[in-house]
Design a protein around this ligand. Structure first.
Ligand code: COA
Length: 265
């Protein structure tokens, strides 16, 4: 497949998807999301693929969030649409019957943290940092972050991260259970591949059933075929933020590289 914003490779039945916008810290713009969606379709459809890795290009970032420049001028409804599209792609990752693992090689912020959390599990390099900094922009996570973060690390820790926009480092992410391993950046892909090689030798249908049952256990995070109330609430709340002056101020402040002045309006 011919992609412009992601790189893909297939080796030993492991498909590696690398988000590749290094100069923008691999921020998820519309094209990245479309291409990521196609790459995930490939994981579903290609019998040569037994499992997949999602990682970021370069040494600094896994993904530094949704592309903030695309938030400018969005209406309430367009904000909701953006969240819905992102959630649907991330559900496709979470519901994939083949293991998809995040190799977090640097900043995993906003949509980047949400992308990592939609994967079946995560490994991090020592320099990785996780955060949901949307409140800095007058926003909240819209790609499932309010739901999966609570589920993965618990409500108290999640709310501290969501409300303070503070980042956590890799050892803290390990302590919180957000990642399974922390290794050096050089070791990250090899360690991830070695785990997937073990899984790839197991019975594929049984592996798929493990994913399905774990997703059901995580209800309402991934209630197969059912209503995902928390996720719907997130879309509505994300959309509501687009009606606020604070959100326009927050995005403008990021783009102008200054501190926002929020007024609660
Ligand atoms: N969307 C769009 N562009 C982004 C981005 C994002 N989420 N994150 C980083 N970039 C861009 C920067 O604007 C900058 O572009 P420029 O060189 O054209 O000015 C480039 O990537 C490098 O980022 P920079 O901020 O200069 O790097 P830094 O090392 O000083 O800071 C971060 C790194 C991750 C702390 C900082 O980029 C940041 O806070 N990013 C936004 C994180 C965020 O709020 N994500 C949630 C979005 S919903």
């Amino acid at each position: 497949m011919n992609f412009q914003t992601i790189l893909t490779s297939l080796e030993n039945k492991i498909y590696t998807i690398t988000i590749n916008r290094v100069d923008k810290l691999n921020a998820l713009n519309k094209m990245v999301m479309e291409e990521l969606n196609s790459a995930i379709d490939e994981v579903y459809d290609n019998d040569e693929i037994r499992s997949a890795i999602i990682t970021g290009a370069g040494q600094k970032a896994f993904v530094a969030g949704a592309d903030i420049t695309e938030f400018l001028g969005l209406s309430h409804g367009e904000g909701m649409d953006l969240a819905k599209i992102g959630q649907d792609i991330f559900f496709k990752i979470e519901d994939c019957p083949k293991p998809i693992v995040a190799a977090v090689n640097g900043f995993a912020l906003g949509g980047g943290c949400e992308l990592a959390m939609a994967c079946h599990f995560r490994l991090a390099s020592e320099n990785a940092k996780f955060g949901q900094p949307e409140v800095n922009l007058g926003l909240i996570p819209g790609y499932g972050g309010t739901q999966r973060l609570v589920h993965l690390i618990g409500k108290g820790r999640a709310l501290e991260m969501l409300m303070s926009a503070s980042m956590i480092d890799a050892p803290t992410a390990l302590q919180y259970g957000l990642v399974n391993y922390v290794v050096t950046q050089e070791e990250l892909l090899n360690k991830t591949k070695s785990i997937l090689e073990v899984i790839n030798a197991k019975a594929p249908i049984a592996v798929a059933k493990c994913i399905h049952c774990a997703n059901v256990a995580a209800q309402p995070v991934s209630e197969a075929g059912g209503v995902r109330n928390g996720f719907v609430e997130e879309i509505n709340s994300f959309g509501d933020c687009f009606r606020t002056e604070d959100m326009k101020e927050g995005v403008a402040a990021f783009l102008e590289k200054r501190k926002p002045n929020f007024k609660g309006k």
